[in-house]
Design a protein. Structure first.
Length: 234
């Protein structure tokens, strides 16, 4: 979800890169799970998030939807998945003990919290969210250690590419509306949903060597193809 707000309003006013130290370490949260409740539809998933969860639970995208773990909403002109809150406004992956049942493959937004991402038009940096984490006594930790993601540099590149692709599609949709071709927008939204979330990113012969690095490469290549396809649809 793209938010156009002042960084000074929501952070300590600083930005951080992967090798910087930041006061984000919650020390395991000590049983707290406030950030896993009452989040509505705000925990939006990217293709890597969905792929990891599908692999961990051995479920298809359709099964994740039907089992109530995720849901679909319109976001910035696209139909994107997000973590679903249950009737008690708790994340559907939160277990009875108040712990994340998919912690090893938790989505990127969850993984970086209480950090957020700020984009500059070409790349992004991290910022420390103000007054969002319930645990106030946090320790300093290196950003990349806190994120705890394999192939962190490639992950960074993927996140940046995905973000700017989503923004490009949003700008494209505005252009289509303004030129009286709004009927194409639903086709584009369904195309992105099917290509990046519903479909298996890997070809059958690639599954034997499937890993994070290969996934990033395939999705980034897919983004290039999608740009051309969307231009063709519109």
């Amino acid at each position: 979800m793209i938010r156009e707000i002042s960084l000074s309003d929501i952070s300590d006013g600083k930005t951080y890169e992967l090798n910087d130290m930041v006061k984000a370490d919650t020390g395991g949260c000590a049983g707290c799970h406030k950030c896993c409740t009452g989040m509505g539809s705000s925990i939006i998933l990217d293709p890597y998030d969905v792929w990891q969860i599908k692999e961990e639970l051995n479920m298809s995208f359709q099964q994740l939807l039907s089992e109530g773990y995720i849901e679909l909403n319109m976001v910035d002109g696209l139909i994107l998945p997000n973590l679903r809150m249950n009737e008690k406004e708790r994340c559907s992956f939160l277990n009875e003990e108040g712990r994340c049942s998919i912690h090893k493959v938790r989505p990127g937004i969850c993984r970086i919290f209480p950090l957020g991402r700020v984009y500059d038009g070409k790349d992004f940096k991290y910022f420390l969210q103000k007054d969002q984490c319930a645990k106030e006594s946090r320790s300093k930790i290196k950003v990349k250690k806190w994120i705890d993601t394999a192939n962190v540099t490639e992950n960074h590149r993927f996140i940046s590419q995905w973000h700017y692709f989503v923004r490009w599609v949003g700008d494209r949709n505005i252009e289509l509306k303004n030129t009286g071709r709004g009927e194409c927008i639903n086709d584009i939204a369904m195309y992105v949903l099917n290509e990046f979330f519903v479909a298996d990113i890997y070809k059958e012969e690639q599954r034997a060597v499937a890993d994070d690095g290969l996934f990033y490469m395939l999705v980034i290549n897919k983004i290039d193809v999608a740009r051309k396809a969307i231009e063709g649809l519109s």
